[in-house]
Design a binder for this molecule. Sequence first.
Ligand SMILES: NC(=O)c1ccc[n+]([C@@H]2O[C@H](COP(=O)([O-])OP(=O)(O)OC[C@H]3O[C@@H](n4cnc5c(N)ncnc54)[C@H](O)[C@@H]3O)[C@@H](O)[C@H]2O)c1
Length: 271
Amino acid sequence: MEHPSLQGAVIAITGAGRGIGLGMARAFARHGARLVLGDLDEAGVQAAADALRAEGASVLAQRLDVRSAADNAALVAAAVARWGRLDVMVCNAGIMQVKPMLELEAADWDRMLGVNVTGVFLSLQAAARQMLGQTPKAEGRPRGKILTVASVAGRYGAPPLAGVMPHYRASKAAVISLTQSASISFAPQLTVNAICPGIVDTAMWDGIDRDLTALQGRPRGEAWRQRVSGVPMGRAQTAEDVAQLALFLASAASDYMSGQSLNIDGGLVQS
Ligand SMILES: NC(=O)c1ccc[n+]([C@@H]2O[C@H](COP(=O)([O-])OP(=O)(O)OC[C@H]3O[C@@H](n4cnc5c(N)ncnc54)[C@H](O)[C@@H]3O)[C@@H](O)[C@H]2O)c1
């Protein structure tokens, strides 16, 4: 599907050094967007930017810790300094941890929510501060669009992951709620929507498989295979699958949609 409104759009993505963030960056670049990529892994995000530039994209990249309000402001400032505005912010950076409920310590909880919730909040807030003061890209359009990356994990509790990633799941439920509140706060100037992926083939899931199989004393790869075998569409999700929904939510095609959390998970979760 073509998205002509993304041509020349200025799009910032957090956690863009690899995985879903990088997949979205690549898809946006294909549609002619100009990108500002941020990641805690500075070498990783610079390498990602170099690869995208080699494919012809206009890309800035910088180190970003989403837990820092100053870093988020600097990401937005970089977009404005170079291209005069920020059309789309994708709050994607996130972390996982596998640890049984009773073993979780307050520090684990705080770290998880610090990145996955406070980080999304600070990225979203920095973007909104810029977007609310800029003119719409075209008459009748919102002044900007914010996408958050939650997860189907924020929607339900089911074994085995609910018992060993409760803080991750709570963080994703919080992102869904924050997305709803932000959409009300910033309407009608901005749209704010959440993407809820399912089981995506990235380093994050590789880490879940590593830690879960170690915890359960099962062969490496078993947790991944078992989880993927339950996906109705019969395969694991790719970053490109997620990017297809991001393209829609970043484009003019979704201008009347806000406050929504959309599952894109191969039919795994139906709520
Ligand atoms: N992989 C999945 O199956 C899946 C499913 C649903 C939702 N998600 C969500 O999608 C998002 C991306 O996941 P992924 O699978 O690409 O993960 P990933 O681990 O492959 O990539 C995450 C990126 O975020 C960066 N990051 C981590 N902490 C950061 C911080 N404090 N500041 C800035 N950057 C930081 C990492 O350096 C990394 O480049 C996350 O929010 C994740 O929770 C993933």
